[in-house]
Design a protein around this ligand. Structure first.
Ligand code: CIZ
Ligand code: SF4
Length: 319
């Protein structure tokens, strides 16, 4: 629509005027991912978003994603201005892991190495020994396990349980979940597989164990896109936020992609597997943030220093 075209043109002009670059997550709207691509920004998972933002020489990073991604960008690049289209865009994992309760949990288990998922507040990261994203979580836990360390894991219980099962590591799990991935249903996937027996099933490990069990490939968003290319299958059933289909379909233009069924799939649900907080990123509020300098992320200095250490461990980790 003409309105969108005008917004896109405005954002392109503002990005250039302010020496700003757009860093977008795979789960944001197609128009935003496309804009990031067209303007020399990046579309990625949270690990690559962090790396890209930290390395880029722009003065301003516009982070289209959820709050923890903006905070991570600011922690890694305090000298840059970090803007987000909406400061309300949070994450159920972040909400479900308040820093004070998490601190008490850590205090109660001083013998454990604290590993937190990137989907947490700066205050929770500040209590951690390690931060990980889903693309390197298994590798980091294997590394710690080999050193004989016992793990305290937060906040996603499904991802934690998956890593525990895969590595056999001693992990104490916080009880958190992603409201999007938790909705995928094993029964629905089995029914779809019955219709398309030749399909491969790709699953993000924030999904429940019964869904992960049906997976041909389990992995982070970037790993699933890679698998879509490498698998011989022409039909893929994908259990993660539907935002991923923009880049995945680009990667495999000839393949047929199906959304994995969720609890509310069917007539009652038009967009079940879509994060409501990722959906708060739009062309309108992005243009507004750049025009007005609104939506800026600030992280307290002491907190920033404490959270930087486990984040740097993640970025410097080589398998
Ligand atoms: O579910 C999320 O928020 C993911 C997959 C984040 C990430 O690591 O890119
Ligand atoms: Fe958080 Fe889930 Fe949304 Fe990702 S998809 S930001 S884990 S609520």
């Amino acid at each position: 629509p003409a309105e969108d075209d005008a917004r896109v043109a405005e954002i392109k002009r503002l990005l250039q005027e302010q020496n700003a670059v757009l860093v977008a997550h795979y789960y944001t709207d197609d128009a935003i991912q496309q804009l990031a691509e067209e303007t020399g920004g990046c579309v990625a998972d949270s690990l690559e978003m962090a790396r890209f933002g930290a390395r880029h020489e722009a003065d301003t990073l516009v982070v289209a994603g959820v709050r923890f991604m903006g905070e991570t960008a600011k922690i890694l690049s305090p000298e840059k201005r970090v803007l987000m289209p909406s400061l309300e865009a949070t994450c159920s994992l972040d909400i479900g892991c308040p820093a004070d309760e998490f601190g008490a949990f850590c205090d109660a288990h001083p013998d454990r190495t604290v590993v937190v998922y990137a989907n947490t507040s700066a205050a929770v990261k500040a209590r951690a020994d390690w931060v990980v994203t889903s693309s390197i979580a298994v590798d980091v836990i294997e590394h710690l396990q080999a050193r004989g360390e016992k793990i305290l894991w937060a906040p996603d219980k499904h991802l934690g349980g998956y890593i525990q099962q895969k590595t056999g590591a001693d992990m104490l799990l916080w009880d958190g979940a992603c409201i999007v991935h938790e909705e995928f249903k094993a029964k629905g996937i089995e029914d779809l597989k019955a219709l398309y027996p030749e399909a491969a099933v790709l699953v993000h490990p924030e999904s429940p164990a019964a869904v992960v069990e049906l997976a041909d490939v389990t992995g982070s968003t970037s790993q699933l896109i890679k698998a879509a290319k490498e698998l011989p299958h022409d039909t893929l059933i994908v259990a993660t936020d539907r935002g991923i289909f923009f880049k995945m379909q680009q990667a495999v233009p000839g393949k047929t992609l199906f959304e994995a069924p969720t609890a509310g799939s069917g007539a009652t649900c038009k967009s079940c597997a879509h994060c409501p907080w990722m959906a708060m990123n739009a062309l309108d509020n992005m243009a507004g943030a750049l025009r007005e300098g609104s939506g800026e992320i600030f992280v307290d200095d002491a907190l920033r220093h404490a959270a930087l250490k486990p984040l740097e461990r993640m970025l410097n980790f080589q398998r």
